[in-house]
Design a protein around this ligand. Structure first.
Ligand code: ACO
Length: 382
C-alpha cells in the first residue's frame, strides 16, 4: 500500500474566515456587533420599518416610496394561497417536523410555479416573493392539520406578520403581537453568507432553480447549530424551571464540555445586534403574560456565561427569540420555521446575487487516504 503524497495546502475547516464573493446587500462587523441591510442599520429597521418594506429594500436595493410599497404589498397579499394539492401533501406528511413539512411543501410548490425554470433576476425575485407570501400559509396550515383543525384561509386585510398569526391561531392577533412578529421577521430577513444562504448559493451555482435553492436553505437552517437554537433554548429554560436553578444547570453543561444554546456565533464576537430587540420583548411580554420567570432564567444564564465573553461568546438572536414565541403561544417545534419564513427573502437575494455573476462553487478536499489499492474480488476477501 502506498500512502498519499500530501500536498502542503492550507485547510480552512468550516471555511472559517474565507471570503468567496462580494455583496452590496448585507454588512456585518462581528467585532462590534454591527449589521446593515443595504446600508441601513438593523436597529433603525427593527424600530421604524416593516417586514414588507425590508423585503422591498433587500430585493430592490432601495427603500420604496409609499406607492411602490403599496403595490408591492398588494402583490404579496394576493399570492398567499397555496394549491389544494400542496395542502393534501401537507396532510400526508403532517407527522413530520414542521421544517421537514415546510421543505417538502416548498419543493412541491415548484410544480405549480409557472416560472420555475426562468432563472432571470426578475423571475427569481418574483418567485422568491411568491414563496415568501405562501410559506406562512404552509406553516400555519400544517400546525392546524396536525391538531385536527381546518386550515385558516389567508386574510388579505392583515399584514404579513398579522396574517401568519391569524392563520396559525384562527383569530386576529393584537397589535402588539403583530408588531413583535413583524420585528422578528425583520431581524431574520438576511444575514450574509450564513450556512443556509451559502447552501442556497451552492445550489444556485449549478444553475438549478430558486425552489431547489430555497429547499437547500431550509434543510440547512434546520440544524441546532443554525436555526434550531431558539427551540433548544426554550426547552432548556423549561427544564431549568426556576431562575435559582439556572446557575447550576449551566455550570453542569459547561463542566461537561457542552454548549449553552443561544450563545456563540461564527461571525459575532460581540453581542449579536439582533438579540437586543428580542430581549426587550421577552422581558415585557413575560410581565404582560404573568410569566416573568423565563426572562429571569435567561438573564441568569447570561450571568453564568459572562466569563465566556472574553472568548467572544455572547448571546445570539435565538437566545431570547424562543421565549418570545413561547409567550405568544407558538408551539416550540415551529420556532425554526418562523426563522425560515423571515429568511426566504434573504435566500432569494443570495440566489439572485449568485446568478448575477455565477461561477460553480466547488471547493477541494485534501486527500489523506490510501492510494492505488489492489481490487480483491469478493470471493477472495476475508
Ligand atoms: N456554549 C459554550 N461554549 C461555546 C458555545 C456555547 N454556546 N459556543 C461556542 N463555544 C466554545 C466552543 O466550545 C469552542 O471552545 P474550544 O475552542 O475550547 O473548543 C469555542 O467556543 C469555539 O466554538 P466553535 O464551535 O468552534 O465556533 P463556531 O464558530 O464553529 O460555532 C456556533 C458557532 C455553532 C453558533 C456555536 O457557538 C454553538 O454551537 N452555539 C450554540 C448553538 C447556537 O446558539 N446556534 C445558533 C447560532 S446563531 C444563528 O444561526 C442564528
Amino acid at each position: 500500500m502506498t500512502t498519499t503524497a500530501t500536498n502542503k495546502v492550507e485547510i480552512r475547516r468550516g471555511l472559517m474566515g474565507v471570503y468567496f464573493d462580494r455583496t452590496d446587500s448585507c454588512f456585518i462587523d462581528g467585532t462590534i456587533g454591527k449589521l446593515l441591510y443595504r446600508g441601513y442599520d438593523i436597529h433603525e429597521l427593527a424600530e421604524k420599518s416593516t417586514f414588507e418594506e425590508v423585503i422591498y429594500l433587500l430585493l430592490n436595493g432601495k427603500l420604496p416610496t409609499r406607492r411602490e410599497l403599496d403595490g408591492f404589498d398588494r402583490q404579496l397579499r394576493a399570492d398567499r394561497d397555496i394549491p389544494d394539492d400542496v395542502l393534501d401533501i401537507i396532510n400526508k406528511v403532517k407527522d413530520g417536523h414542521p421544517m421537514d413539512v415546510l421543505r417538502t411543501a416548498v419543493s412541491a410548490l415548484s410544480a405549480y410555479d409557472p416560472e420555475v425554470k426562468d432563472n432571470s433576476e426578475a423571475a427569481i425575485i418574483r418567485k422568491g416573493l411568491r414563496l415568501t407570501a405562501k410559506a406562512p400559509t404552509i406553516v400555519a396550515a400544517h400546525d392546524r392539520i396536525r391538531k385536527g383543525l381546518k386550515p385558516v384561509k389567508p386574510n388579505a386585510n392583515l399584514n404579513h406578520a398579522g396574517n401568519f398569526l391569524y392563520m396559525l391561531f384562527g383569530k386576529e392577533p393584537s397589535e402588539d403581537e403583530m408588531h413583535i412578529m413583524d420585528v422578528d421577521f425583520i431581524l431574520h430577513a438576511e444575514h450574509g453568507a450564513n450556512a443556509s444562504a451559502f447552501a442556497a448559493r451552492v445550489a444556485a451555482s449549478t444553475q438549478t432553480d430558486l425552489h431547489s435553492a430555497v429547499v437547500a436553505g431550509i434543510a440547512t437552517l434546520k440544524g441546532p447549530a443554525h436555526g434550531g437554537a431558539a427551540e433548544e433554548v426554550m426547552k432548556m429554560a423549561e427544564e431549568i424551571g426556576q431562575p435559582e436553578k439556572a446557575d447550576g444547570y449551566a455550570r453542569n453543561i459547561l463542566d461537561h464540555g457542552g454548549r449553552v444554546m443561544g450563545f456563540g456565533h461564527r461571525v459575532y464576537k460581540a453581542e449579536d445586534p439582533r438579540a437586543r430587540h428580542m430581549r426587550e420583548r421577552s422581558h415585557t411580554l413575560g410581565i404582560a403574560k404573568g410569566q416573568p420567570q423565563w426572562f429571569e432564567i435567561l438573564t441568569k444564564l447570561q450571568e453564568v456565561m459572562k466569563p465566556y465573553q472574553a472568548r467572544g461568546i455572547f448571546v445570539n438572536v435565538d437566545f431570547f427569540a424562543g421565549s418570545v414565541y413561547y409567550l405568544m403561544g407558538i408551539p416550540e417545534d415551529i420556532f425554526i420555521s418562523i426563522f425560515a419564513l423571515g429568511r426566504i427573502p434573504g435566500w432569494t437575494l443570495n440566489v439572485a446575487e449568485q446568478y448575477r455573476s455565477n461561477i460553480l462553487i466547488r471547493p477541494l478536499t485534501d486527500y489523506n487516504g490510501p492510494m492505488d489499492l489492489e481490487y480483491v474480488p469478493i470471493s477472495q476477501r476475508r
